[in-house]
Design a protein. Structure first.
Length: 155
């Protein structure tokens, strides 16, 4: 497996993977409007905008194929973490997170992170050390669980 920073040529594949996985694991629990908004905001153009705004993306490649990707916003918020279903349970999400976390801290982040987890991913984030900091919320028709990882929580 190779993990490296995202390049422009990766964006179409990243957007396609996000759309496919979001339909299966995220937006099926949302309102129709929430699903449409999420998918529209996270298409190729949206990802390009996130990159322009400074979100730090990394991709994981297995034998040259996109297996997953991660993005961190403001060196403190785990914004995207998606792994293709064929690559689940191989440690790719954890490895992507470790690379993104180390990169954010190296850029000046203080090691405190938040994530808005889908119901499906709560246990994954808990395995990384994140804890829920509030009840399930719904914003713009999209349900999520606010979670936090503090520096002391990573020991």
């Amino acid at each position: 497996m190779d993990i490296r920073p995202l390049v422009n040529a990766d964006i179409p594949a990243v957007a396609a993977l996000l759309r496919m996985l979001a339909r299966e694991y995220i937006v099926h629990e949302s309102t129709p409007e929430g699903a449409a908004t999420f998918l529209a905001e996270n298409d190729e153009l949206g990802i390009r905008e996130f990159v322009t705004r400074g979100h730090a993306y990394h991709v994981a490649l297995v034998d040259g194929a996109l297996a997953g990707f991660v993005a961190v916003r403001d060196d403190s918020h785990l914004f995207h973490l998606f792994v293709a279903r064929d690559y689940h349970r191989r440690g790719i999400a954890r490895r992507l997170w470790e690379v993104a976390r180390a990169d954010a801290i190296a850029r000046g982040g203080d090691g405190v992170f938040t994530v808005n987890s889908s119901n499906y991913a709560v246990s994954v984030y808990e395995s990384f050390g994140f804890v829920r900091v509030g009840p399930t919320q719904c914003v713009k028709g999209l349900y999520f669980n606010p979670m936090r990882l503090a520096v002391d929580d990573t020991a």
